[in-house]
Design a protein around this ligand. Structure first.
Ligand code: SF4
Length: 463
């Protein structure tokens, strides 16, 4: 089932033609925290990193914060608005933290003219700057292939622009809608399905646009599921979100709200007490997020997820299968087992959509099927996500599984298990009722089970 859908794999954030009419963010007219300002444009963070000595560790991420941002106090570091304001958005800023040759800097600059750059200090601290194949860097740092291969793929592969009923509201399936509240994300993921929209950046839905969305939902009583998305909706202030959520929950026919966000991964400090207390007041609210690699599971993200779960918000993960990031059985097992430990359910593993500017990160579909096959038997079923391809033209999601059915007749299937062993599995006998009656009648006569009658212990009667 493909509803515009959750989280941050990009598609959770379908984009509409009408979005272009949305008001550009104007900080003069918005409350200070709505969202908490654009990133620093000075080329430096609020505070500069230490300038002497080697500041990058050779490996491992947990300590990078202290190596790179050791001069930032805990209270500032844990202030999500500081994190948001201090996103790295220019090549010059990036070069302060990640070694880039002049040629690489020129390439990144060229890419960002089409596909901008935005990395939170938290996410930056997860990188190993000296490792070219670092899975965190691959998701965050622009690659020249984004423009070199940009002619391959489709700008809007899921045809998300077509299903808008009022500006910002996508109604594709009878019972659910998607509210696109902003196009702002704390991090711009290089594999984003919506990267075509990055150039329009910086808008938040106006009150009248939100009102029109709520009116539409109010009038359509068949809508039972509202997905709040973006961009990333948690870029809005808690007060603003509450205003919208409270009005949705007041609509009696709406049964659940889903929030699609990558904040628990890229800026977990956003999941603060104020937000969780607000979410706990409403509901049922579900949250879909996108962890793609085990290294994204940090003490901060674990704490964020714990807070959400304790506030009554279940969390599903919708990861994207990415070349060189998580395209092995081992990487997926590590990721999914790690997610279970922080109480996040591995829900979907998405095939990376055929989006322009992402070709270098895509894998053949067969890789995803092989990964699922390799996970089966090696980890618990709870840790195995459903591998899904989202069809072009808005055709919806198709779950893909390894083929375990080798042959079948009306009476039985020939199945293989995860070890490759072959089993015959019998279907229920046809005309079960008649067979049962014959068996029962015969059983009244001593020694009357005739040759060829079904064995008593093999007759299954279902009500
Ligand atoms: S940039 Fe990342 S968080 Fe934002 S919509 Fe795209 S995939 Fe989701």
């Amino acid at each position: 089932m493909k509803t515009a859908v959750a989280t941050s794999r990009g598609r959770i954030h379908p984009t509409l033609k009408s979005e272009k009419r949305a008001t550009k963010l104007d900080h003069r007219n918005e409350p200070q925290e709505e969202p908490p300002g654009q990133s620093s444009t000075s080329g430096d963070l609020d505070d500069k990193p230490p300038s002497s000595g080697r500041i990058y560790p050779a490996s491992r991420t947990a300590t990078n914060r202290y190596r790179i941002f050791g001069h930032i106090s805990d209270s500032i570091w844990n202030d999500w608005k500081w994190q948001f304001r201090n996103r790295i958005t220019t090549v010059e800023q990036l070069a302060q933290f990640v070694p880039l040759s002049p040629e690489q800097q020129a390439e990144v600059k060229l890419v960002t003219m089409r596909y901008p750059l935005s990395i939170t200090p938290h996410y930056l601290s997860l990188m190993n700057p000296y490792e070219p194949d670092d899975p965190i860097k691959k998701q965050a740092i622009p690659s020249f292939e984004e423009i070199a291969l940009a002619s391959i793929g489709i700008e809007d592969p899921l045809a998300e622009k077509r299903s808008s009923v009022v500006p910002g509201l996508v109604h594709r399936y009878p019972d659910r809608v998607l509210m696109v509240l902003t196009d702002i994300c704390p991090m711009l993921c290089r594999h984003c399905t919506r990267k075509r929209e990055w150039g329009n950046g910086g808008w938040v839905r106006t009150p009248s646009e939100v009102e029109a969305m709520l009116d539409y939902i109010r009038q359509h009583k068949g809508i039972r599921d509202v997905i709040i998305s973006g961009g990333d909706p948690l870029t809005l202030s808690t007060r603003h979100l509450e205003n919208i959520i409270s009005r949705i929950t007041a609509l009696r026919h709406v049964e659940i709200i889903r929030i699609g966000t990558r904040f628990p991964v890229v800026l977990p400090q956003r999941i603060d007490d104020e937000l969780c207390a607000m979410l706990a007041n409403y509901g049922p609210i579900w949250l879909n997020t996108q962890f793609n690699h085990v290294r994204e599971i940090t003490p901060q993200s674990a704490e964020a997820c714990d807070r959400l779960v304790r506030s009554g918000v279940p969390i599903n993960n919708q990861s994207v299968l990415l070349r060189g990031v998580n395209d092995t059985v081992e990487a997926q097992i590590e990721l999914c087992q790690g997610l279970l430990k922080i109480k996040v359910r591995p829900y979907y593993l998405f095939q990376c959509d055929e989006v322009q500017g992402t070709e270098h990160l895509r894998t053949p579909v067969e890789v995803g099927i092989k990964i699922i096959e390799g996970m089966r038997g090696r980890t618990s079923g709870l840790a195995i996500p459903t591998f899904v391809v989202d069809l072009p033209q808005g055709g919806g999601k198709v779950p893909l599984q390894p083929n375990y059915v080798l042959a079948k007749t009306e009476d039985e299937l020939v199945l293989r298990n995860y070890q490759g062993r072959i089993f015959h599995y019998r279907n229920p006998v046809k005309a079960v009722g008649a067979t049962f009656m014959a068996l029962a009648t015969n059983s009244l006569q001593p020694n009357s089970l005739t040759k060829g009658a079904p064995d008593a212990d093999r007759v299954i009667v279902r009500s």
